[in-house]
Design a protein. Structure first.
Length: 231
């Protein structure tokens, strides 16, 4: 099982339908700025006036630096890369989701910033360049050291803690985005069409619809029309 499938299994097992629905903020026809998880288009997801005011304050603030956002973008795409089915976590807007999350839940700020710094310090020490400037092979080699807690050595303990948080946020952001929900194959509740009891079943039980009433039964193409009654 590849990394994407592993995270998909995790998401299906841990995310409720309600979380998936309320977290999916990317919608067709919404301008690019409104695709950021956190709800720039506040009217689209039913916030109270107090929640809208708080959201506006959070969105007006910036926590991560430009360099940190670049690292988040590269890292999220490595955790959930693009494949033949859908785009990467970066394509799904995960960096913006994480930015909003750490402002919404400040307890994540220090662990995230410290972890991003840890990545750069490690790469500068071993590769003489920042994480985003390393080759994909170098980046992947580092992640292999911190992605598996049960195999990690003590020197990577800080990196393991950071990557575990980063992976959880990435999976949450991705699988509650429009791209991620489609990747899961989740379609939600959709109306179906009822054409009545099949003819063979009616015959099996010796039943039949009343021929006099058939013309007035509702038809699927008329289901949106209001019923009118004879006086």
């Amino acid at each position: 099982m590849d990394r994407r499938e592993s995270l998909k299994a995790l998401a299906v097992g841990s995310l409720s339908v309600g979380a998936i629905l309320t977290g999916c903020e990317e919608k067709k026809g919404v301008k690019e700025d409104n695709k950021k998880p956190g709800g720039d288009n506040a009217e689209a997801y039913g916030r109270t006036p107090e929640e809208k005011e708080r959201d506006a304050k959070l969105k007006a603030d910036t926590y991560f630096t430009e360099a940190e956002m670049k690292t988040l973008t590269v890292l999220s795409a490595l955790i959930i890369p693009a494949d033949e089915h859908s785009g990467s976590a970066a394509d799904a807007g995960v960096p913006a989701f994480i930015e909003f999350t750490v402002k919404d839940q400040p307890r994540y700020q220090l662990p995230m910033r410290g972890g991003l710094r840890w990545l750069d310090v490690y790469c500068l020490k071993h590769y003489d360049k920042a994480f985003v400037d390393c080759s994909k092979e170098q980046q992947t080699a580092l992640l292999d050291h911190i992605a598996y807690p049960e195999k990690a050595t003590p020197e990577f303990s800080q990196g393991v803690s950071f990557f575990t948080l980063m992976r959880n946020l990435t999976a949450t952001g991705f699988f509650t985005s429009e791209i991620g929900v489609k990747d899961l194959g989740y379609v939600g509740n959709r109306p179906n069409e009822w054409d009545g009891v099949p003819e063979d079943v009616l015959k099996q039980y010796g039943l039949a619809y009343d021929e006099k009433l058939l013309p007035i039964y509702i038809k699927m193409e008329d289901r949106g029309k209001l019923m009118t009654w004879d006086d």
